[in-house]
Write a protein that binds this ligand. Structure first.
Ligand code: TMP
Length: 211
């Protein structure tokens, strides 16, 4: 296995938490600081992963199948994109990763957390994010944002159409994960204006670069 020298950043949060607003900005900022950046997403990031994403976001399936397919896509992504980029010394900015499986399939859909932990150990026990931004908003705020997007003509996917109670459970597992892994999680209050959020992201990224 090649030695890992880059930095691995992940972005998390319930749907409508606003993380997408910051991805392009973060990439530009990191590149301006001289880092080579690979921006990618899960599920997705490889041709097979994107095919699985299409199925995962549209098709009804059992909750176990959903968890397994998330990890199948992740395995491809890790081996073909994430690990090689880190080995080249690049920064990988990944829009969602395994914390999302704990939150959505575990919290949202009730897949046992120890099953997800076993899959995590199997697929990437040796490779964890260095930093995880958890974009946090109350579920009512995210629902209002999603409803607005829908009224403007965007079709919502399978997860985005879930009920408020689902998102409450997802958010609560995200918070639990942040408490369990304080060394890598930074909880970002995403109800604030974009500039305030970016100032905070910039501080955390600078601290990671200095490590
Ligand atoms: P996105 O809308 O942020 O691109 O994420 C796609 C959806 O996939 C989002 O609703 C969360 C969901 N998801 C899971 O349920 N489990 C996972 O492991 C991942 C990576 C995403």
């Amino acid at each position: 296995m090649p030695q890992r020298t880059g930095r691995f950043l992940t972005l998390e949060g319930i749907d409508g938490a606003g993380k997408s607003t910051h991805v392009g900005w973060l990439v530009e900022r990191l590149e301006a600081q001289g880092h080579a950046v690979v921006a990618t997403r899960e599920p997705g990031g490889t041709p097979l992963g994107e095919e699985l994403r299409r199925l995962l976001l549209r098709e009804p399936m059992t909750h176990d199948s959903e968890a397994l397919l998330m990890f199948a896509a992740r395995r491809e992504h890790l081996d073909r994109v994430i690990r090689p980029a880190l080995a080249r010394g690049e920064w990988v900015l990944c829009d969602r990763f395994t914390d999302a499986t704990f939150a959505y399939q575990g919290g949202g859909h009730g897949v046992p957390i120890d099953r997800i932990s076993e899959l995590e150990q199997w697929i990437h026990g040796d490779c964890q994010p260095d930093l995880t931004f958890l974009f946090d908003v109350p579920t009512a705020v995210s629902r209002a944002r999603l409803d607005r997007a829908e009224s403007e003509g965007r079709a919502l996917d399978k997860f985005e159409r879930e009920a408020a109670a689902f998102f409450e459970r997802v958010r609560s597992v995200y918070h639990a994960r942040a408490r369990e892994h304080p060394e890598r999680f930074r909880v970002i209050d995403s109800t604030r204006p974009v500039d305030a959020v970016r100032a905070e992201l910039a501080r955390h990224v600078a601290a990671l670069a200095a490590r």
